[in-house]
Design a protein around this ligand. Structure first.
Ligand code: T46
Length: 141
């Protein structure tokens, strides 16, 4: 089954002391983490993403600011708002994504299931639709 979902990240702390947020591979998120990356200082008028991954699974979170993630399975688009350090979005393979920075200086963090491999990217929307049509991701996660 292919399923993207928002998770609530475990949190420890108080308004007096501040908050600590954490998650663990294979416990809080359903895969092993091979790579972490983060994106900052994106101008509000720009969008990022505009690609899908053949195999990569990811968890995205926004420790500061507000970022909209639009996921497209080739038929339907779903929007997720990362507007709290407690929210994380699991993205399974095979979704076209577009990312919009809603607040200046927002920071996007990503933990990914694979090392960087440009061959895993589908950066052409027409090609993405061909993968969908041929059922490349059917019954997978
Ligand atoms: C994703 C969204 C949320 C590397 O060399 N190593 C890396 O680990 C990554 C992630 C990227 N790069 C290179 C590849 C491109 O030449 O950095 C350049 C910019 O990457 P891209 O245009 O893919 O950036 P975004 O922000 O559109 O997408 C990134 C991730 O690539 C992608 O996996 O899902 O963040």
């Amino acid at each position: 089954m292919r399923e993207n979902k928002l998770l609530s990240i475990k949190t420890n702390g108080s308004s007096e002391l501040g908050y600590l947020h954490f998650f663990e591979e294979n416990k809080d998120i359903p895969f092993e983490i091979k790579r972490i990356y983060y994106t900052c200082d994106v101008p509000l008028e720009k969008k990022r993403g505009m690609h899908a991954h053949k195999k990569l699974k990811q968890v995205l979170w926004c420790p500061y600011g507000e970022i909209e993630v639009v996921l497209d399975d080739g038929k339907e688009k779903t929007s997720f708002l990362l507007d709290s350090p407690q929210k994380a979005l699991i993205i399974v393979k095979g979704y076209w994504r577009e990312l919009y920075w809603k607040v200046e200086k927002s920071v996007l963090c990503v933990a990914a299931s694979q090392y960087y491999d440009e061959n895993d990217y589908i950066r052409d929307y027409k090609e993405f639709l061909e993968y969908v049509e041929e059922g490349y991701w059917q019954d997978e996660n």
